[in-house]
Design a protein around this ligand. Structure first.
Ligand code: FNR
Length: 382
């Protein structure tokens, strides 16, 4: 399969599957328990139909929207995801460069495989750092200070991951970071020599944003579940979130809000934005989808805080539906991760280009020239 054969995210997923050793592919593709929520995050968009307006003179359209104080050219941004240099040797460098090219937000994970400082220097477009709250308060403080020094534009605190979701595909494949050699995984690595050679020959893989605190540990193979369950602070509460916002002092977002009541609390602690998200179905299976929860949240806090609809997006029309339902913008992970795994930066750019074209075409077919013209009037629920 070649890059030019990838016309949508399902194509990129197929290509990624052929390129990656199976434990790595299933780490990206998998989710919690029976993966009901992961699937519903996407299928929820089919419960609602678009109603276009016609003869609207749509020659010139403008996809610009303002998110967390920055004008972005695409109403869709790149959610933070861990371990990207495992998926392709270019990792976060490629994803950040592609985000810059499309002038949209890039999110870097606490568990990124390039440093906060490198990303801070490499792109001028808006960048957010995703923070997990660790038991080790010094580690949290150190990461916030590094983001301040590197002039990050926003901090997103992930609140849906106090324990690891039950990701059974990872249990079956024995996925660890760095990857562990077992008789079965060895066969998969050997049968993907391109990936394996790149992995072995490039700079040593590690987690630079945790380094000083987990210096010994960062090159020891651990499962992501072990990491979450041992390192993260399960006692975290709203006052901790408010403290983190204060320490940071800049644009602040809560990632993983699903209820209208929590959206209200986010407003009360002074957050600038929420990402309505269930972590791509990787945490609480059986959770409602972000799109299904969106209207309730918009009805409760719309206009008081920015509302990002995160997860499940596989088509430009999904973005148009979320924007019509009142989202400020959308975001996603797998929509660029499959493409990164398939073809590095060229893959991410092609995937974003496809989505941009789908959004632009959809806008024209909807009879809209600007994002703020999309509204509930263009939606019907089944
Ligand atoms: C994630 N996500 C995630 N979220 C986060 O806050 N910190 C992280 O380190 C990660 N890592 C991560 C790795 C992988 C492989 C995936 C697929 C996801 C969740 C991510 O930010 C986002 O919420 C989901 O990916 C959204 O769902 P979709 O777009 O993948 O369907």
């Amino acid at each position: 399969m070649r890059l030019q054969d990838c016309h949508n995210i399902a194509d990129f997923r197929r290509m990624a599957k052929t390129r990656l050793p199976y434990p790595v592919f299933h780490y990206i593709d998998g989710a919690a328990d029976d993966e009901v929520t992961k699937d519903r995050n996407t299928s929820a968009y089919d419960q609602c139909d678009l109603v276009p307006d016609v003869l609207a003179g749509v020659e010139e359209i403008d996809l610009t929207t303002r998110v967390m104080g920055h004008d972005i050219a695409l109403p869709l941004f790149l959610s933070p995801t861990a371990l990207q240099r495992l998926f392709h040797w270019q990792g976060e460098r490629a994803v950040a460069a592609a985000a810059q090219k499309f002038n949209t937000w890039f999110g870097i994970s606490s568990l990124a495989t390039v440093s906060i400082e490198e990303i801070g220097e490499s792109i001028t477009t808006p960048k957010l750092f995703q923070l997990y709250i660790h038991k080790d308060k010094g580690l949290n403080r150190m990461m916030i200070e590094r983001c301040q020094a590197a002039k990050f534009d926003a901090l997103a605190l992930t609140v849906d991951t106090i324990v690891a979701g039950n990701r059974e595909r990872c249990l079956r494949t024995g996925f660890t970071s760095p990857p562990r050699l077992t008789p079965r995984s060895a066969i998969s690595f050997a049968s993907h020599p391109g990936w394996t050679l790149n992995y072995l020959l490039r700079e040593k893989f590690h987690l630079p944003n945790l380094d000083t605190h987990v210096a010994e540990g960062s090159n020891v193979a651990i499962s992501v579940a072990d990491y979450f369950n041992t390192m993260l602070d399960q006692s975290m509460n709203w006052s901790d979130a408010a403290n983190i916002r204060e320490q940071w002092g800049g644009t602040f977002c809560l990632k993983g809000i699903m209820s209208a009541a929590d959206a209200r609390r986010a407003v009360e602690i002074g957050a600038d934005a929420i990402m309505v998200s269930n972590h791509g179905g990787r945490q609480l299976d059986g959770s409602r989808s972000p799109f299904d929860q969106l209207r309730e949240i918009v009805d409760t806090v719309g206009g008081e805080i920015e509302i990002i609809c995160d997860g499940g997006i596989r088509r430009g029309t999904h973005v148009l539906k979320a924007l019509s339902a009142g989202a400020t913008a959308c975001s996603g992970g797998r929509l660029y991760l499959y493409a990164l795994a398939a073809a590095g930066q060229a893959g991410v750019e092609r995937s974003l280009g496809n989505l941009q074209a789908e959004i632009a075409r959809g806008m024209k077919l909807m009879g809209k020239t600007r994002i703020d013209q999309l509204s509930e009037a263009n939606l019907r629920w089944r």
